[in-house]
Design a binder for this molecule. Structure first.
Ligand SMILES: [Ca+2]
Length: 496
């Protein structure tokens, strides 16, 4: 036995070593953050030069016309002046520049988020808090903390062109300015919609967590209330279950993504996807929906589209791009005399907002996947238990026919693994940031700013951490990938 004094000495030594290690880390993290600030600012300077060039070209082109529009020239000139004097980026800039600004912001936000997480892990509470505040401030008005005076923006926020938030806050969940730049800020769709107010006699929302029995009760209560069945089979034999309106925490906490991040020390792209699960935020879904019990199969795809990208049978369809999925929904809606939700022309898809089939929103998908659970997977936190419900880690050598394993508590199969599933939302890595301090009601990102769409659930090759309920991924919407398919939804309407 070591004498108590020796033990105390040892403990002190260990603690001293640990705190020295953290101190060293702190300097390194501080340096990284400072570098990120500088990189952000110098990129913004380059971007402003590009914007200036764009405006000059625009003005010159307008002047060259036979009947130059004097009003237009005036607007361009005033945009140019604001850019020079106030560093305001006008909203008329090209999508290319917008996407460059978004990328720059995202990059900076990711560095700050990672730094905050490191400070939290090292228990450097003050530092973590300072970074959290800087993040908050940057997201809301673009201000950098501790920025070098020379390069700092002279005015805090180019609020007009950068804000996504509605000028009048939405009645239910006023959105904070989003860290993404929409195509047309003034007319862009709000990411938050007004909650449908259900009458007092409507069943309660399905609030997480709940068990299998309660999940059934929620489904039955809403089916009874709407006078519709819990299970529904459509004209071509596709099965659906009723997903009740509900409330849950979407996304992940910094602690939740600690292990997933450590599993990918080298892959910055995957790290970015994982970091996009932050911040965890409250979501309320007010629409009951019917969601496909299975991923759309090759047979079903063949029936509706007349072609089959493979592999065939009751395997989930793969190599369907996002536009193909939207077209499938539109064609099936027409077949069933429902007003289509999407319309496709070539590689352009328009949302018609009809009541027909659509992809679920990202929030609807995660709520349905969790099916009452707040754990990593719908089977708990243990990756080994995932085998009860999912094909993953290449254990079957390829994707499997749908519905071979156990369903989740709502009765949905293959939500984790088998094939990735397209959802309706446009991919923006910082989409969740706007909901950090507010409730997201029926959130749905319909911005056109990004050419990527979100996919969920992981595929049969992914290891468990990539199949988590909160895991987000994105693919180019016009590309066809081996292990990416989809599942469809239909808004459930009360029987007359
Ligand atoms: Ca799946």
């Amino acid at each position: 036995m070591l004498p108590v004094r020796m033990l105390t000495l040892l403990m002190t030594l260990v603690l001293l070593t640990l705190s020295m290690a953290y101190a060293a880390d702190k300097d390194e993290v501080d340096e990284r953050v400072e570098k990120a600030r500088e990189a952000y600012q110098s990129e913004m300077e380059l971007i402003r030069e590009e914007v200036a060039k764009e405006l000059d070209t625009k003005e010159a082109a307008e002047r060259k016309r036979t009947n130059p529009d004097l009003e237009k020239i005036k607007t361009i000139k005033s945009d140019r002046e604001e850019l020079t004097a106030d560093e305001k980026i006008p909203d008329s800039i090209s999508t290319k520049i917008k996407s460059r600004i978004n990328k720059n912001r995202t990059k900076f936000i990711n560095v700050l988020t990672a730094a905050k997480n490191e400070f939290v892990r090292a228990k450097l509470d003050d530092e973590a808090e300072a970074i959290a505040q800087e993040l908050e401030k940057f997201k809301s008005d673009g201000t950098l903390a501790k920025a070098k005076p020379a390069a700092a923006p002279s005015k805090p926020a180019p609020a007009k062109p950068l804000a996504l938030a509605p000028t009048k806050p939405a009645p239910v969940a006023p959105a904070k300015p989003a860290p993404v730049i929409p195509d047309k800020p003034a007319t862009a769709k709000q990411p938050v919609v007004v909650a449908k107010a259900w009458p007092k006699n409507a069943p309660p929302l399905a609030v997480l967590p709940f068990d299998a029995e309660q999940a059934k009760k929620h489904q039955q209560a809403w089916a009874k209330y709407l006078k519709i069945p819990v299970e529904y089979t459509n004209s071509i034999g596709m099965k659906f279950v009723l997903i009740p309106p509900g409330e849950f925490l979407m996304g992940s906490t910094p602690a939740d993504i600690d292990e997933p991040l450590r599993a990918e020390p080298e892959n910055k792209q995957i790290q970015g996807f994982i970091a996009s699960e932050l911040p965890q935020h409250k979501v309320i879904l007010t629409n009951p929906i019917y969601l496909g019990v299975y991923e759309v199969t090759c047979e079903e795809y063949q029936q509706v589209m007349g072609t089959n990208p493979g592999p065939g049978g009751t395997n989930p369809v793969e190599k369907a791009n996002w536009n193909d999925a939207a077209e499938f929904c539109a064609k099936l809606s027409e077949k069933e005399k429902l007003k289509p939700f999407y319309s496709r022309a070539g590689e352009n898809v328009t949302r018609l907002e009809g009541t027909g089939y659509r992809l679920s929103t990202e929030a609807e998908w995660e709520f349905a996947c969790r099916a009452g659970t707040t754990t990593r997977y719908s089977t708990g936190d243990d990756g080994n238990k995932l085998a009860e419900v999912a094909w993953y880690s290449d254990r079957a050598g390829r994707g499997q026919p749908v519905g071979r394993l156990k369903p989740n508590q709502f009765g949905l199969y293959d939500m984790h693994g088998n094939n990735w599933e397209w959802v309706d939302d446009t991919w923006e890595p910082t989409f969740y940031a706007q909901f950090e301090n507010s409730v997201a009601v029926n959130p749905s990102n319909q911005s056109k700013a990004s050419p990527s769409r979100v996919a969920r659930g992981g595929d049969w090759v992914c290891y468990p951490l990539l199949c988590r309920s909160a895991k987000r991924h994105a693919f180019d919407l016009t590309s066809r990938y081996e292990r990416v398919g989809f599942r469809i939804a239909l808004v459930a309407v009360a029987a007359p």
